[in-house]
Design a protein around this ligand. Structure first.
Ligand SMILES: Nc1ncnc2c1ncn2[C@@H]1O[C@H](COP(=O)(O)OP(=O)(O)OP(=O)(O)O)[C@@H](O)[C@H]1O
Ligand SMILES: [Mg+2]
Length: 466
């Protein structure tokens, strides 16, 4: 592996050199400097849009960051654009293996090798065999699923009674889906977010506590709430905390759990998930990164995507589906990519902006993050004052850095070295507030694509008068 500093030096002489950029990204990746690696590959992409090497590596990085659904989605999109790019199939195979989908892993592996035999990886093949992917599965692979043009479009549900898949070992529809019970975190674990909490209470907690009262007004517990806002400000956290708060079962639905490889199976799986939630009510179904699933229908390449969206809409619909006691939470950073059909009454009919924490909320987050850690002389409010524009995740990053520094010292002396306010302030200098960037694009949507005033809260937050 070429070393990072010499690559950087070479690049400074020839900044647009694609092979050098890819090598540098690779070097960062091997060194697990993920954000640097991602930045480098993104730079390569900005110079050479669509470059499959950079796209594959970004998927790899996303997976390492724990964003496995997004990683899989990106690779599947790459498979549509560059079906002959073999390394992506190898990576896809590994991802499938991680998801416990041995036969998909096998298909993807074979596809890679048929394109480029030099990519043969006996170690990977062995793992696939051990996971039960020895024989070729029936049906279609990820690529054919995505590029399939003509799919039988006439609905879902009853069509799948057809027992064609009966003996397929991979047919378990709710495979790997389990409700998390007794979530240990509740609303106290999320600092600030008062209006979000109140919205959620109104949708589910109060109706459960006062059924007669709500019934008199024709209101039932449950419904859909879409949380949107800049990254790291607690959308995922508050969703999980909701389940703890109302003592409901919580199911975090990852995209990859729905986007099944087998045509038609995704719709069935989604139906199955909603059925599970209905049976287990009160329950919270959480769809993270819902924009990826519910993208504007015009954007979807395949009709499989369209049927899936239609299925989602009909499951969500309060008129046709019995969703009493089921709270459906969706989260997204990009609500403008959502099909507006999702925002109609009876579906995600509460659109809730989750803003960056204000001063008081930041102080509260500081208290929450500091809880149980050896910290001397913490002044949350004073620290919060210095952290304008920081998200909850940024604040956590500051603490993580300070903790590492103290731990370093503690290991030398063998004694606990408390984290100090001064150290936290020092770490804060090394962390960039991450919410500003989001508002740069959000501002434009709020100003120029603000149908029905959906994004008024963004304008209000930015202090823009309409
Ligand atoms: N209000 C908050 N109170 C306490 N901790 C918070 C808060 N907001 C964020 N955090 C911390 O930041 C982490 C990331 O937050 P979370 O994953 O909920 O953000 P998000 O809005 O879902 O971001 P993304 O859009 O990137 O998915 C949390 O796990 C938590 O540690
Ligand atoms: Mg999230």
């Amino acid at each position: 592996m070429a070393d990072i500093s010499s690559l950087k030096e070479a690049l400074s002489a020839s900044p647009d050199n694609l092979p050098l950029l890819l090598l540098l990204g690779q070097a960062y990746l091997e060194d697990l400097q993920l954000s640097e690696a991602k930045e480098t590959f993104e730079r390569a992409l900005s110079l050479h849009p669509g470059n499959p090497v950079a796209r594959t590596q970004i998927a790899q990085i996303l997976d390492l960051e724990g964003k496995s659904s997004e990683a899989i989605l990106r690779l599947d999109q790459l498979a549509v654009d560059h079906p002959e790019f073999a390394p992506a199939w190898i990576l896809r195979s590994k991802f499938a293996l991680n998801e416990g989908e041995a036969s998909v892993a096998r298909d993807c592996y074979e596809r890679a090798i048929s394109i480029d035999a030099t990519l043969a990886d006996p170690e990977l093949l062995k793992r696939i065999r051990e996971a039960g992917g020895g024989s070729r599965g029936r049906g279609r692979t990820a690529a054919s699923h995505l590029s399939q043009e003509a799919v039988n479009d006439d609905g879902y549900g009853s069509d799948f009674e057809d027992d064609d898949f009966e003996s397929d070992p991979f047919e378990e529809v709710t495979d790997g889906l389990e409700f998390e019970e007794n979530s240990e975190i509740d609303f106290d674990h999320a600092g600030g977010m008062e209006s979000v909490k109140e919205d959620i209470r109104m949708k589910i907690l109060y109706p459960m506590e006062n059924p007669e009262l709500f019934e008199a007004y024709g209101k039932k517990a449950g419904g859909g709430v879409l949380l949107y806002g800049p990254p790291g400000c607690g959308k995922t956290l508050i969703s999980r905390a909701t389940a703890g708060e109302i003592d409901a079962k919580f199911l975090n639905v990852g995209l990859h759990q729905i986007l099944d490889m087998w045509i038609g199976k995704s719709e069935e799986k989604l139906h199955e998930i909603f059925e599970m939630a209905r049976k287990n009510a009160p329950s919270v179904l959480f769809f993270d990164e819902v924009d990826a699933l519910a993208a504007d229908r015009k954007d979807m390449r395949s009709s499989a995507g369209r049927t899936l969206i239609n299925q989602f809409l009909s499951e969500l619909d309060r008129d046709s589906a019995k969703n009493d006691g089921v709270l459906v939470l969706g989260a997204t950073n990009a609500p403008w990519h959502l099909d507006s059909a999702f925002l109609r009454p009876g579906r995600f009919d509460r659109l809730v902006f989750v803003p960056p924490p204000d001063l008081e909320a930041r102080a509260e987050i500081i208290r929450i993050v500091a809880d149980g850690k050896p910290i001397g002389g913490l002044d949350p409010l004073a620290l919060a004052k210095r952290l304008e524009g920081f998200s909850g995740a940024d604040i956590k990053a500051i603490f993580d850095q300070a903790i590492e520094a103290s731990l370093g010292k503690a290991m030398k002396t063998g004694k606990i070295v408390p984290i100090t306010q001064k150290q936290l302030l020092k770490s804060a200098k090394g962390v960039q507030p991450s919410t500003k960037k989001w508002f740069e694009s959000a501002r434009n949507y709020a100003l120029y694509a603000n149908q029905s005033g959906f994004y008024d809260p963004i304008l209000k937050y930015l202090g823009i008068e309409k």
